[in-house]
Structures are given as C-alpha cells and as structure tokens.
Design a protein. Structure first.
Length: 135
C-alpha cells in the first residue's frame, strides 16, 4: 500500500511539474518531496473533515461551524508553510526556453513509459500455478 501511495504521489508530482514547466516556466524539485509528505495527507484530512463538518453543521450538531473553522485554520497554516518552502533556496528555478523544452520532453517520456507499462504486457508474470483442463 505504501509503495502504491508513493507511486501515485510521484505520478501526480510529475504531471504537475509538466504543467508548471510548460505554463509558468518554473521547475520545483522540492515538490517531489513535499507532495507525499505533506500535501496528500493534508488534502485527505481536510476533504474528509469538510464533509464531516458540513454534515455536522447541517444536522445542527455544530451550529457555530467550529469544525469548518478549525479546518480553515489548518489550511491557512498549510498555505503559510507552502509559501515558506517555496522561498527556500533551490526550491524552484526558472527555466529558459531550451531547459523548458528538455524538462517537458523528459516528463512526457516518463509519463508515456508509465502509461505503457500499465497497459501493455511487456513481460509475462509467472505465478507458479498450473491450469488443468478436461478434454
């Protein structure tokens, strides 16, 4: 499960990096580290918490919306941390047009390789099971 989580975060970071490179001309290597450690867990907690907070508010259990206010505070702190991390030296760098094209091409090739590996049978898996059939 952990490796699947890390692969999913890597794929998301790769796709996001491609958009960032092509659209903004900025590459952020720190995002490959921060996304699995911070962004995904915060997203999961806040999405589930918002659903719970909305339900509690509609049901009249949390009429003041304290759960939603707490989640708002968590997101605000997260925003401050992301801004701090983005200002660290080496967290991101601007790409000239050639670097932009090279990074975009490498990202696309990696994504195509991942997609092909998931859909095309490159190798046959040996399971060790023997299938018996009657004739």
């Amino acid at each position: 499960v952990f490796m699947q989580y890390m692969r999913t975060c890597l794929h998301a970071s790769l796709c996001t990096s491609l958009v960032s490179i092509c659209w903004f001309g900025v590459f952020s290597p720190v995002s490959f580290l921060l996304n699995p450690l911070i962004a995904a867990p915060i997203s999961a907690v806040v999405c589930k918490g918002a659903l719970l907070g909305t339900f509690l508010h509609i049901a009249g259990i949390d009429q003041r919306g304290l759960v939603l206010c707490g989640l708002s505070w968590v997101l605000c702190q997260f925003k401050h941390f992301v801004a701090f991390a983005a200002d660290l030296p080496g967290a991101s760098f601007e790409c000239d047009p050639w670097s932009r094209a090279l990074l975009a091409a490498v990202s696309l090739l990696v994504m195509l390789r991942i997609a092909a590996r998931r859909t095309l049978p490159f190798r046959k898996q040996f399971t060790g099971e023997v299938e018996l059939t009657r004739t």
